[in-house]
Design a binder for this molecule. Structure first.
Ligand code: SF4
Length: 377
């Protein structure tokens, strides 16, 4: 089975109010350079490579990977090519932030093989962007798409967040219309999640921002599904929509439980059986790698029960759902018989559709997916 590679680039120009990713505020070039050297060392000394797996996707996530210079990107890619067997036709994605790239840099990224760009637009309302602590404006998003197209990117994705504080259904509809006007090949549309420890969580606790409204989020989700379908996008995962053949190959590996080797601070790997997590603090990560120690701080070999639970709830995220015969072949039992009562209850609630061979979430089930996933976990 082919595998993917994930590289985490933790630096951002500033920190957004809702973000709980492992990121550091960009301080200086020297810090980034030192981090890139550690990343290259970790890749080159990697012992998790599986000789049977060839690499068909590479994904630079963050943080803001587009803060890397083309030279730094080249160094990392060279280390990957020296260490792994990389197929000639791969999907190579780079996450970017609007207003962090120039035409010249994008052309250099393209020359190095980057063929997919994914960036966080989040909203087309400048007041909301400000509230979120984002540094870009709606106009920056439009200009970034223009630059991507001009430099030859034919596979562009961007993210929007629905259910932002004070956002109305009409505001969200305007956002969606603006996004669809730009004709990206792929859209990731998330409902806002409030993570403990973020400034947004604190603003909500101190009543400076209202609590997200679940019912309104449900209506926003309905609108997403309707509007994207009208424009020819297929919903292939709970939060992901694409034009035909533009599904994210890399992210699909996570939902299909396929191997992904991950490098960098806070990176999470999965080889089909074992999950590994790297150190979450950037300075500690760099020191560990520089001193020849492993940055892996957690390693869990999944038993059959854990593997089957992950397999089920990750597949259920996909619009195609869970093939119960395949599940039975791999794990020895069919949920349609062992969970018959629970499935009937979820069916009555309108959250799932199922038969003896197949189980999938309904549109309502996609909004309240955690209730269904809880059954498997
Ligand atoms: S740009 Fe993305 S990764 Fe960076 S702080 Fe904002 S949300 Fe987090």
């Amino acid at each position: 089975m082919n595998a993917g590679i994930y590289l985490h680039i933790p630096f951002c120009r500033s920190r957004c109010s809702y973000c709980d990713f492992a990121t550091d505020v960009f301080k200086n070039e020297e810090t980034v350079e030192r981090y890139v050297s550690a990343l290259v060392k970790e890749i080159s000394e990697s012992k998790i490579q599986n000789p049977k797996s060839k690499i068909d996707t590479i994904y630079f996530g963050g943080g803001t990977p587009s803060l890397l210079s083309p030279k730094q990107l080249e160094k990392i890619l060279n280390a990957i090519h020296k260490t792994f067997s990389v197929l000639p036709e791969i999907e190579l994605t780079m996450e970017m932030n609007p207003a962090t790239v120039t035409l010249e840099i994008l052309r250099e990224y393209r020359n190095l093989g980057v063929n997919r760009a994914s960036f966080g637009a989040q909203t087309f309302d400048d007041t909301e962007l400000k509230r979120l602590g984002r540094r870009h404006t709606a106009q920056d998003v439009r200009e970034t798409i223009g630059l991507l197209r001009e430099s030859g990117f034919a596979n562009v994705s961007f993210d929007l967040i629905a259910g932002l504080p004070r956002q109305t259904l009409a505001d969200w509809e305007t956002n969606l219309d603006e996004a669809l006007k730009l004709k990206p090949e792929h859209l990731s549309l998330y409902l806002l999640e409030v993570h403990e420890g973020t400034p947004l969580a604190e603003q909500i606790r101190s009543k400076r921002q209202p609590m997200p409204d679940e019912d309104l989020a449900g209506e926003m989700y309905e609108l997403i599904v309707e509007k994207t379908a009208e424009k020819g996008y297929a919903q292939y995962e709970i939060s992901n929509f694409s034009l035909p053949e533009f599904e994210s190959k890399h992210n699909s590996k996570y939902w299909r439980c396929e191997p992904v080797f991950a490098f960098g601070v806070s990176a999470h790997s999965f080889d089909g059986e074992t999950r590994r997590a790297n150190e979450r603090d950037t300075n500690k990560y760099v020191s560990l790698v520089e001193s020849g120690k492993s940055p892996v701080v957690e390693e869990i070999k999944l038993d059959n029960k854990q593997l089957s639970a992950e397999f089920a709830f990750l597949r259920l995220r996909l619009a195609e759902g869970l093939n119960l015969k395949e599940y039975e072949r791999r794990f020895g039992e069919n949920p349609a018989s062992v969970m018959a009562e629970d499935l009937a209850r979820l069916g009555d609630l309108g959250l799932i559709e199922y038969s003896e061979n197949h189980l999938k979430l309904t549109r309502k089930g996609m909004v309240y997916s955690n209730e269904v996933f809880a059954l498997f976990v």
